[in-house]
Design a protein around this ligand. Structure first.
Ligand code: PLP
Length: 394
């Protein structure tokens, strides 16, 4: 075949982190079919969709069954009612957005990956460790990436003063952070916004875990003065409302954001209108319901349930003298592997000896080596059982 392929793919790790984990877990369970494995690895929710969401979906399904209310293609960038629900969600935090600055999507992962389409060949700044999609999607299009170390010493919150070469970058920020659970405060985010405006950088702010924030921290980058001239925000209902399998998210591109003389908002509109045919009507109605006052109350109940799981995990680690962080403004506990084990070594130990699946910190970047992520998204029963196994074994 003489067709050329994208050679940048050769620079990727062979498999996506969670595919590697699944392979190991499948091999273990095939060899030990009687063992009960507890999965606290992948960041997937377990509680069902809330009452308001289900009712809205049923209603929308009924509409689709009638000629008069049937809908075909959705507007590529979102129905007005969904954009209005998102607009109101931001307004409650004092953030004003125009409806055409809001782009409804099928989730944050797609948007995090697709946003590279509207940029040229820039230098990319990515914290390490972090959600792997930022790095992989930039490697796929051959961009030069620079890592910024997030360590125990800096509280897993790297700041602009750690940048070696002060210049213009596309800067990824994930707050609260996956996997470390670290969350930037207002002053820290202001420093990032000031850096971006000064150097003509663009921040891509991933706020997928904003609903887990406990305490006085910004939920949106737009709570920071000056951010509309330098930041895009990506959010989703996956972790907020249990939409991991339902799929709805959004990206905000403010009109004030101008790069190289080009307004990014119409470019993202053009990108989405060309390559995306909209999120399903039924799902956007579900999202609207999740964002309603009652819907948000229901989300908070589910989040409180997960955070009680986090506390159970945190308590056993404290009891055993194992260093950890997270579990307060995020559903993840980020722990230091006991006995100086490496991340994959601890993964193998937990799987083979305790039949618990977690996520090796090294899978989120080299600075994650020696650390490990446990999620609070399991059921209470499974979390309690995992905690008991840890209590006996560690
Ligand atoms: N951003 C972060 C930081 C995540 O951890 C995840 C999922 O785990 C996503 C985005 C993807 O979310 P979605 O389900 O909306 O694609």
């Amino acid at each position: 075949m003489s067709i050329k392929t994208n050679q940048n793919y050769k620079n990727l790790e062979k498999n996506y982190l969670f595919a590697n984990i699944a392979k190991k877990v499948n091999a273990y369970s095939a060899a030990h079919p009687d063992q009960k494995i507890i999965r606290l690895g992948i960041g997937d929710v377990t509680l069902p969709l809330s009452k308001s969401v289900i009712e809205a979906m049923h209603k929308a399904v009924d509409e689709m069954s009638q000629q008069a209310t049937f809908r075909g293609y959705a507007p590529e960038c979102g129905y007005d009612f969904a954009c209005k629900a998102i607009q109101k969600h931001y307004l409650e935090r004092g953030v004003e957005l125009a409806l055409d600055e809001i782009f409804v999507s099928d989730g944050a992962k797609s948007d995090c990956g697709n946003i590279t389409d509207i940029f040229g060949d820039n230098d990319i700044l990515i914290p390490d460790p972090v959600y792997p999609v930022y790095m992989d999607s930039n490697i796929m299009c051959g961009r030069k990436t620079t890592l910024l170390k997030a360590t125990q010493e800096n509280g897993f919150l790297p700041m602009p003063d750690a940048i070696e070469e002060k210049k213009s970058y596309i800067i990824y920020i994930c707050s609260p952070n996956n996997p470390t659970g670290a969350v930037y405060n207002k002053d820290q985010l202001k420093q990032w916004v000031d850096y971006a405006n000064e150097t003509e950088s663009v921040i891509i702010f991933d706020s997928a875990y904003e609903k887990y924030i406990h305490g006085d921290y910004p939920h949106s980058i737009y709570e920071i003065e000056g951010s509309k001239t330098c930041a895009i925000e990506i959010d989703s209902l996956s972790k907020t409302a249990g939409f991991t399998g339902t799929r709805m998210g959004w990206t905000i591109v403010p009109h004030e954001l101008i790069c190289d003389g080009d307004e990014l908002n119409p470019m993202w509109n053009r990108r989405q209108s060309t390559k995306f045919n909209g999120t399903a009507y039924i799902i956007q109605r579900a999202g609207e319901a999740a964002l309603s006052e009652q819907g948000m109350k229901e989300c908070e109940q589910s989040i409180a349930y997960y955070m009680e799981n986090a506390k159970l995990i945190a308590d056993v680690l404290t009891e055993k003298g194992i260093w950890f962080t997270g579990g307060i403004s995020s559903p993840y506990i980020w722990l230091k592997c006991p006995n100086n084990m490496k991340s994959w070594e601890f993964f193998d130990y937990l799987l083979n000896e305790l039949q618990i699946v977690g996520t090796p910190g090294a899978g989120f970047g080299s600075q994650g080596e020696g650390y490990f992520r446990l999620t609070a998204f399991g059921s209470r029963e499974a979390t309690k059982e995992a905690v008991e196994r840890l209590r006996k074994a560690l």
